[in-house]
Design a protein around this ligand. Structure first.
Ligand SMILES: [Zn+2]
Ligand SMILES: [Zn+2]
Length: 387
């Protein structure tokens, strides 16, 4: 990207924040947009992918205080219509008796100044430079996902987590060149990684097109990283998921993100936990829920039920005359809490009506209906209906 494109991008608008937004506001805005537009959440959605890239790029600049300062400075110098002014506003200087813009900006000093300004924007590409890239920088936070089953979420679980992250290629030690060979200095930019291009009255530094800003050319690329100097490192972490975790919860593992640069602290690892539903049990906060089918005679005459729990069973006495839909609370058989206590098991009884009755049962039920004809369960409704 040329310096001009870079300045013309409005990273603040991309993140939907004002240009004086705090680091915290920027982080929040980025997290929200990144989550909404993440390719994993929007498979095949090119628009979301483009937005994801754009907000990542914007955040990459605005989250780094040094880069943000340079970006703000560059925008102050060249932003808000100054480019458009080349033809209009500056035109007056070109008239007879005016002075030549080439004199103003053309001196090697002027160009050098711009080069310094933009050099920092493109990162550390000059050999031996002491730019921002050499300073200690905290490693990036990493987010990953894990799926556990319902029982594990209630009891807690230890799960192995395989993480892939970029790391310096071990074969070429990051040079990108096949072992035994070395990258050579790019002749186009003489190793600076930047070329200066004149555009109208202005001179711009931009990444060298031949070495793509690296400052060096690799004739024989490293076979393991194909010349990138970076390979993918896999590591397996054992993550302890605490008991009582709920679906969608994020767990932070301090210091398990990307390693920091030049002695700075590592980033954090965030693990988003997905919980597969149970075929019988549900959850309501710290309480477990279960629906138990019962027959009408069991509710009408009363019964004793054996109800499964996650770790055994309980006996539940159902008094005669219990309504369908009633919920019983079995203390302490729910989800374990941090303080060592447990939530409850909520048992909801629901009448199961047979879809077919044989003749004898149907007859008995008809007898029952006649015997209870005086009992009208809809009396209140009937009053409303005027019957
Ligand atoms: Zn070059
Ligand atoms: Zn390599």
């Amino acid at each position: 990207m040329s310096a001009r494109e870079w300045i013309e991008k409005d990273f603040y608008a991309e993140l939907g924040v004002s240009s004086d937004a705090s680091a915290d506001e920027i982080k929040k805005a980025y997290r929200k947009l990144a989550r909404e537009n993440h390719p994993d959440a929007n498979p095949g959605n090119a628009q979301a992918e483009a937005k994801f890239k754009a907000v990542s790029e914007a955040y990459g600049v605005l989250s780094d205080p040094e880069k943000r300062k340079q970006y703000d400075e560059a925008r102050r110098l060249f932003g808000s219509g100054a480019f458009g002014g080349q033809g209009g506003g500056f035109g007056g200087f070109g008239g007879p008796g005016g002075f030549d813009l080439g004199d103003l900006f053309g001196g090697s000093q002027g160009v050098g100044g711009l080069g310094d300004l933009f050099g920092g924007l493109f990162g550390n590409r000059r050999p031996g430079a002491t730019g921002t890239a050499n300073r200690p920088r905290r490693g990036a936070d990493v987010e990953t996902e894990v799926r556990i089953d319902f029982t594990e979420s209630v009891r807690g679980a230890t799960v192995p987590l395989r993480l892939s992250s970029p790391a310096t290629c071990a074969t070429c030690r990051g040079s990108g060149a096949r072992p035994g060979t070395r990258p050579r200095t790019c002749p186009t930019c003489a190793g600076s990684g930047l070329v200066t291009r004149n555009q109208g009255a202005f001179a711009f530094s931009e990444p060298c097109p031949d070495c793509r800003g690296r400052g060096s050319l690799i004739d024989s690329p490293c076979p393991d990283c194909r010349g990138e100097g970076v390979s993918t490192r896999s590591r397996t972490l054992t993550v302890r998921i605490p008991a009582g975790v709920s679906d969608g919860q994020r767990i932070r593992l301090a210091g398990q993100g990307e390693p920091g640069r030049h002695g700075a602290a590592a980033g954090d690892l965030y693990v988003v936990v997905h919980v597969s539903p149970h075929r019988v049990f549900g959850r309501s906060g710290d309480d477990l829920t279960i629906t138990v089918p019962v027959t009408f005679p069991e509710l009408a005459l009363g019964t004793t039920l054996t109800v499964p729990t996650l770790d055994g069973k309980v006996t539940l006495k159902v008094p005669a005359g219990t309504s369908s839909g009633r919920t019983f609370r079995v203390r302490g058989r729910g989800v374990g809490k941090k303080d060592g206590s447990s939530g409850d098991l909520l048992v909801t009884l629901q009448v199961a009506v047979p879809s077919k009755l044989d003749g004898k049962a149907a007859e008995a039920l008809a007898d029952y209906a006649r015997a209870t004809a005086d009992h009208d369960p809809r009396r209140e409704l009937n009053e409303l209906l005027g019957r």
